[in-house]
Design a protein around this ligand. Structure first.
Ligand code: FAD
Length: 514
């Protein structure tokens, strides 16, 4: 069976153990974990895979330097454990799909000797916590070394800096590769499929069927299942209320805005960590596939399907970028913007909701509703998606299926496209193609890229490496159904350069119905 909608709908004839609602990082992780444990899994996603928060992240695979600082300052053991967990997951995430994730050097400038010692010790701790999973040791830098790595860094008043390493990844495609791996292991995975309601057992009120609609055909389905996982991120409370209206809301949504600039605003491959803004945040300036990503903000928000950036957020991010860069950017230099909504977990249920989302811990929690037996995976971050999935499945087996916990098998499971040992052979077989197309095909499809070589390799836009055959491939093997699926997530150009994305869509209108 291929990863396309007609093939996945055929799988609906078989019985399922488990239905996962939501096809972002959390749902994708649970789908793979559950399938590898031997369960028959159905995953439904109301939009496209990763269309919500999971494609709007800052693209960092990280423990979180700021979270470590908070853990130390507040002597917060929970926060410390979360950083430890994320630092150890970092390497696994990079290893399981190397074509989508790689180490990233980050530079923190220091403006006093105290700062320099403070950050040096902080990054030393960061390395130590990562232990043998550390990507590369951090080190102190003088002004000259900093300038060599970040030519546009404004070094006025700078007293040196600290260089450290985290990971950078392609979030939307990482979710897709995880879902494809789940599908290859036997799961049925469908996008544009929205959960509407549950059917409960009349005696125990446990969920026994899921009712959902295929939003492309309008057809409705009612499928019996033994257990249901709610992995709907910021929408978690909505699904919890469908399962049991008595449940109190647990989620708090925080918005994070990004702006994108051309690469020459921040040349090189080293990112900048602005360690403290006037309002106590951190902001990153990150080289990102021929562009520079600047973000992010962290403010309480109302839940919405498509959050738009505010003019004040663009001004704020431009202001900070310009404070640290010698090449100044203005509004007309912004090639794209995007906003994500963080699914933060409000821990203290009995307390009035905090208005400060920056202070909420980014850890996760698995909740099993005693009445409906809905299992909700709440909070967390992209970096820890795999442990979140493992915790969810452990809890589900214990509390809903009442059986012994089966071992998690995702740690060494290479995702679809992740066979890095094929890279040299691919580069040689693709040797006649222009180098930007070669690099694009490998960094998008990994070891699946061989299949593209047999398709139409005509360039679709003079400024972009995308080729005609990819459109057919993405429909047939990646479940793309419309231009947004391709531009915003499978290529991601819509998040980097809105003009180019609009041009490619206008030139090739006939490729998709919408
Ligand atoms: C601005 C920002 C920057 C971030 N940066 C980082 C970072 O650099 N590194 C990091 O590790 N983490 C980062 N995070 C956190 C990370 O992105 C999130 O924790 C993660 O993506 C959440 O994934 P999720 O699957 O829980 O939620 P989502 O990605 O939102 O997925 C939930 C899915 O459920 C679907 N859904 C909802 N209701 C239904 C329904 N009724 N039926 C079917 N489907 C439904 C939605 O359409 C959605 O696709 C960032 C978050 C934000 C907002």
């Amino acid at each position: 069976m291929a990863f396309n909608r007609p093939d996945q709908f055929q799988k609906l004839n078989a019985p399922f153990d488990l239905c996962i609602i939501g096809g972002g990082a959390s749902g994708a992780g649970v789908a793979l974990d559950a399938t590898l444990r031997g369960y028959r899994v159905l995953l439904i996603e109301k939009g496209d895979f990763a269309a919500q928060t999971s494609s709007k992240s800052t693209k960092l695979v990280h423990g979180g330097v700021r979270y470590l600082e908070q853990a130390v300052k507040k002597l917060d053991w929970q926060q410390f454990k979360m950083v430890y967990k994320a630092l150890h997951e970092r390497k696994i995430l990079l290893q399981n799909a190397p074509f989508l994730a790689h180490p990233l050097a980050l530079l923190t400038p220091c403006y006093s000797w105290f700062d320099r010692i403070y950050y040096r010790i902080g990054m030393w701790m960061y390395d130590r916590i990562a232990g043998n999973t550390n990507l590369k040791p951090s080190r102190g830098l003088n002004q000259g070394q900093m300038h060599r790595l970040c030519a546009n860094l404004n070094t006025e008043h700078v007293r040196g800096g600290v260089l450290y390493y985290d990971g950078q990844f392609n979030d939307a495609r990482y979710a897709l590769a995880t879902l494809q791996a789940a599908e290859a292991a036997g799961a049925c995975v469908i996008n544009y499929a929205e959960l509407n309601s549950f059917v409960h057992s009349s005696k125990s009120l446990k969920i026994k069927e899921v009712c959902w609609t295929d939003s492309l055909s309008g057809q409705t389905y009612q499928i019996p299942v033994k257990a249901v996982v709610n992995a709907t991120g910021p929408f978690t409370d909505h699904v919890r209320a469908l399962a049991n209206p008595k449940l109190k809301p647990r989620m708090k949504v925080s918005r994070g805005a990004h702006i994108v600039l051309a690469a020459d605003f921040w040349p090189g491959t080293t990112a900048l960590l602005i360690p403290k803004t006037d309002d106590g945040r951190v902001i990153f300036v990150i080289p990102w596939r021929d562009y520079v990503l600047v973000g992010t903000t962290d403010d309480p928000d109302q839940l919405t399907e498509s959050p738009e950036i505010l003019a004040s957020e663009v001004d704020y991010l431009l202001d900070y970028f310009n404070r640290y860069s010698t090449k100044k950017a203005s509004l007309s230099d912004v090639s794209a913007t995007f906003v994500g909504q963080r699914p933060l977990l409000q821990v203290a249920l009995d307390h009035t909701l905090s208005t400060d989302t920056k202070s909420l811990v980014r850890d996760h929690e698995v909740e099993v509703d005693g009445r409906s037996k809905l299992v909700s995976i709440m909070g967390g971050k992209w970096t820890t998606y795999r442990v979140m999935a493992a915790d969810t499945m452990d809890e589900l087996e214990r509390e809903v299926l009442h059986q012994t916990v089966t071992p998690c098998r995702t740690q060494d499971h290479i995702l679809v496209g992740g066979h890095e040992n094929e890279k040299t052979r691919f580069m040689s077989e693709a040797g006649n193609l222009p180098s930007d197309i070669q690099v694009h095909l490998w960094s998008t499809y990994g070891s699946q890229a061989f299949e593209l070589l047999a398709l139409d390799l005509t360039r679709l836009h003079p400024e972009l490496p995308y080729v005609a055959g990819e459109l057919a491939y993405q429909k047939e093997h990646e479940m793309a159904t419309c231009w947004d699926d391709t531009l915003m997530r499978r290529w991601g150009i819509g998040l980097r350069n809105e003009r180019l994305a609009a041009e490619i869509r206008a030139n090739k209108k006939e490729a998709f119905a919408s």
